[in-house]
Design a protein around this ligand. Structure first.
Ligand code: ADP
Length: 249
């Protein structure tokens, strides 16, 4: 079964048409890279799937739950981490995990929490307040909180922002582990090398239009004029600098 299923999603903000007709699925174990120039509609799409922003048109399902009609059921199955995650400055690292555990009724906080702190190298910061954490540590704590309730759908907006090389490696490995354990992951990034190395699928958006959706291998061979084995970066520029959609390619 698809964990994330999007059909004909449109979003208009007053006069701005941000997204026009997105349709895609993410299955358990798949990691979909959402790429596109600034203003393409990536954050709008993630926020709509997370149930924060109502769609203007279309259906968004998470683990079979419609995010508009049954938002609580959908939200229990997902985690969304924005590119500038909100933390509570007056709570410690561990208290963040306690808060999430209580909101999502996580049964075994002690084991899961300790293991996440170890994974993200935050054990020594367990009692530190959020306001004293570096940008990278804040990012890692936000992701640890997102993983705590074992969501089936994980939405990460630019998850590598502010991380050092070691943090980037830890984050990449954690995403792969979650997918291997059966989560469906949607990750937006401007780093084509990251998407190429991490993701199983890619969706290229530009000005709210879906230019390409498929596996990374399909993307590399989608445009004959690129010679069949192009890099994802070549594909990205080729797709976004023209205005062609997949069906026209
Ligand atoms: P991306 O994440 O790919 O950079 P966004 O989803 O943030 O793109 O934005 C898509 C389009 O929607 C842009 O034209 C942006 O200016 C517009 N937009 C985003 N949020 C709002 C908002 N709250 N009100 C009006 N327009 C918005």
């Amino acid at each position: 079964m698809q964990v994330i299923s999007i059909r004909d999603f449109h979003k208009t903000y007053e006069k701005t048409v941000a997204v026009r007709g997105l349709s895609f699925d993410v299955e358990p174990g798949h990691i979909l890279g959402l790429v596109g120039p600034n203003g393409a509609g990536k954050t709008t799409t993630m926020r709509a799937i997370a149930g924060i922003l109502p769609p203007t048109h279309g259906r968004l399902l998470v683990a079979g739950h419609d995010v508009v009609e049954t938002p609580v059921a959908a939200k229990r199955e997902l985690a969304y981490v924005p590119d500038d995650p909100h933390l509570f400055d007056a709570l410690s690292v561990w208290e963040h995990l306690e808060f999430i555990a209580s909101a999502y009724e996580v049964a075994d906080l002690e084991t899961a929490g300790v293991s996440l702190l170890e994974q993200f190298e935050l054990t020594e910061k367990r009692d530190a307040f959020a306001h004293g954490l570096s940008r990278g540590m804040r990012q890692k704590l936000a992701i640890a909180c997102a993983y705590l309730h074992n969501p089936r759908a994980i939405l990460l907006d630019e998850p590598l922002t502010g991380l050092d090389p070691r943090g980037i490696r830890i984050m990449r490995e954690s995403i792969k582990q979650r997918a291997a354990a059966g989560a469906a992951v949607l990750v937006s990034s401007h780093l084509m090398s990251l998407v190429e190395g991490l993701c199983t699928h890619v969706l290229i958006l530009s000005s709210g239009n879906q230019l390409f959706f498929g596996t990374i291998a399909e993307a590399r061979s989608a445009y004959e004029e690129l010679g069949g084995e192009a890099s994802l970066e070549d594909v990205f520029f080729h797709a976004t600098e023209g205005t062609r959609t997949q069906s026209e390619a």
